[in-house]
Write a protein that binds this ligand. Structure first.
Ligand code: NAD
Length: 304
């Protein structure tokens, strides 16, 4: 999306941290911003701050783990701004624990917010992104935990890997319609993510002022400034980047994971158990998906 001025972005988890930083960056670039968040007071404060910056902004209370709440937020966004061009599915929470010891309610909570919240966002907003025919962008906040799995963070990583997977597939599906899909994968960012139990809904065990965090609080506290992430996301939106990274020093971790995966293919290629096997994966399913994927990536000279 090369011209963002006057366009409208909807951002979940917009009252704090990365979501608010994206709102500031988008607002400075001349976009209208609709913030959605489960925390009403920080939401009102965030909208007031943006308005003081002369940004056209509004807020809507929303729990992304409830489909009806996201549908309502979409209706309010269209009622307020007429059109929506950029959807940022950013709200997220952290939960982790030792294998076999993660509380069932924590699994339900994190899957409902981090994974289904993104599904509900796309389901509710896609008709509105399509409606005006001016093109659009979906930016889903995953994490480096969607690229590499750290022991003790499996519930969080499971949701973030899922967000990466959904983003890749949707990017291929929506590229022909002029709607880009990007996935934001930050490392540690100095936000309140380590206190995310403050917003835990009653049905998942209720709020806790402090508690076990997705990561050590100290890693988050010494993370990068969210303003950097907001600025990086705006850059990536303007450039149409597919994978939005903010911590280039973490590249080696991804390379190590990919190398281990490729080693698995080497072992399969040399496997006596598979020797002489005459089987070719049918063409027409994966290859077709690959072509759409290449178009979405704008690789091999093809255009999205
Ligand atoms: P944050 O806690 O500062 O902000 C998250 C916001 O989401 C809060 O305003 C919170 O009220 C809101 N929220 C929580 N549950 C919600 C729900 N059910 N419905 C609507 N809003 C809800 O944390 P953050 O770091 O800014 O988190 C934003 C995103 O960035 C999350 O998806 C997180 O997983 C991701 N992320 C964070 C880091 C990091 O180190 N901070 C790293 C990688 C990815």
């Amino acid at each position: 999306m090369q011209d963002v001025r006057g366009k409208t972005a909807f951002i979940t988890g917009g009252a704090s941290g990365i979501g608010l930083a994206m709102a500031r960056a988008f607002g400075r670039a001349g976009m209208n911003v609709m913030l959605a968040d489960i925390e009403p007071e920080p939401l009102a404060a965030a909208v007031a701050e943006l308005e003081a910056m002369q940004v056209t902004a509004a807020g809507v209370p929303c729990d992304v783990s409830e489909r009806a709440s996201v549908v309502q937020a979409a209706a309010e966004t269209v009622a307020r701004f007429g059109k929506v061009h950029v959807l940022c599915n950013n709200a997220g929470v952290g939960a982790g624990g030792l294998v076999g010891e993660v509380k069932p309610a924590d699994w339900d909570w994190i899957l409902s917010v981090n994974l289904m919240g993104v599904v509900y966002g796309v389901d509710a907003f896609l008709p509105h992104l399509r409606a005006h025919g001016e093109g659009g962008a979906i930016i889903n906040t995953a994490s480096m935990a969607g690229m590499i799995s750290a022991p003790g963070m499996e519930p969080y990583s499971a949701t973030k890997f899922a967000v990466v997977a959904m983003s890749e597939g949707w990017a291929a599906q929506l590229a022909p319609e002029g709607i880009s899909v990007s996935v934001l994968c930050p490392g540690f960012v100095k936000t309140r993510i380590d206190q995310s139990r403050r917003t835990r809904q009653t049905r998942f065990g209720g709020p806790e002022a402090s508690g076990e965090s997705v990561t050590g609080a100290s890693f988050v506290a010494s993370g990068i400034d969210p303003e950097r992430v907001g600025a990086r996301v705006l850059e990536a939106l303007l450039a149409g980047e597919r994978y939005i990274f903010t911590h280039p020093d973490m590249r080696g971790l991804v390379e190590t994971r990919f190398a281990a995966i490729l080693q698995g293919f080497d072992a399969a290629a040399a496997s006596p158990a598979l020797a002489g096997m005459e089987y070719t994966t049918p063409r027409g399913s994966w290859p077709k998906a690959d072509r759409a994927f290449a178009r979405a990536l704008k690789v091999n000279g093809s255009q999205a």
